[in-house]
Ligand binder design. Sequence first.
Ligand SMILES: Nc1ncnc2c1ncn2[C@@H]1O[C@H](COP(=O)(O)OP(=O)(O)OP(=O)(O)O)[C@@H](O)[C@H]1O
Ligand SMILES: [Mg+2]
Length: 381
Amino acid sequence: MDIQTYGLGTILDSFNCMNLSNHAGVALRFEGIRHVYADSVAVADVDLAVAPGELVALLGPSGCGKTTLLRIVAGLLRQSAGRVFIDGQQVDALSTGARRVGIVFQNYALFPHMDVRANVGYGLRAQGAPAAQIQETVDRMLDLVQMRAFGHRMPRELSGGQQQRVALARTLAVRPQVLLLDEPFAALDKNLRLDMQIEIRRIQRELGITTLLVTHDQEEAMSMADRIAVMNAGRVDQFDRPETVYDWPASRFVASFIGTANLLPGRLQRIGEGFELQCAAGGRLSLAAAAPCSRDGAAVLSVRPEHLAFTSLDAGGPQATVLMVVPLGPQRVYELLLDGGTSVKVTMPRHSADAPLIPGQRIGLRLREGAPAAVFVPEAA
Ligand SMILES: Nc1ncnc2c1ncn2[C@@H]1O[C@H](COP(=O)(O)OP(=O)(O)OP(=O)(O)O)[C@@H](O)[C@H]1O
Ligand SMILES: [Mg+2]
């Protein structure tokens, strides 16, 4: 059923009846969280504060400690050090049940021998809720995830995306204060994943439920999250809005993990109000700002492919040879080789009036006007 025809007001009213609207004061805080498994440090000194109703993505490569952090919130794992607060209350001594968190895992794990309605009502039955209340809640939850018509199907008779919706309905039915999603779309194909991302975002916003979403998919994090915590080897390298993380990565790791980064080594120099990078490959680039590193000396500039532009060979910028031109939907992606041997990607809108460059052609590079460009201290050799 379409959410519009059912009426958002009705759904929100029903949540109010369930006392779910009390989320106004709920937030989640990690204080100095550290976890060591046997001999390896999985999470190192994580401090994070999630605002009420916010969706925060924990984003990072495999093994960086995302699931460990989620299990700590849920009380499925006791951290080696640090404290967790939910709605201002320290929850470390509380059982999983008493924390009122809801978890949806990657493999949805519905009970295979129960139909959809029984799955969604499971938590309430376990709490001993009256039958009438259970039926009413199951109806509401199935409306919310648009699965009312499938109530009597068995899990094996559902698609992956439908199973995932039911798993979400089952989790929401017990009124969690915090929703924890661990790679919930990993098993879905690309189109279905996109549908589910939009769907979960819609439901999350409507309910205003504080949510932690674990993912290693940067696009998923960028499109869904209010803020992203980028994790690297057990630490949070950066915690900020998606645009800020993309434009102003706080570390080389973040720059390379999110989007495509051209890394150009050289020497930074303050010139008047701005900066200039004398590229190791030859030529200079003018920067309006330099962050996080702004001191004169050896530096590495990280610049996105869409923030570079072409210029004439005698304009003073670094010079490059075109290696390849790839038409990619609305864009042209150029692969170039700088004179020092560093390869660089530049993207241009395909409708631009300029004739495309051809492989072998020599061209100068410059930064686009106002382009954000992050500057880092070179890594120690
Ligand atoms: N039960 C365990 N015993 C020992 N080491 C573990 C255990 N669980 C996880 N680890 C290790 O802790 C680190 C963090 O694991 P975690 O599962 O939190 O990573 P993740 O970020 O969720 O990765 P992925 O994206 O692959 O799910 C990894 O190095 C992992 O090998
Ligand atoms: Mg994991």
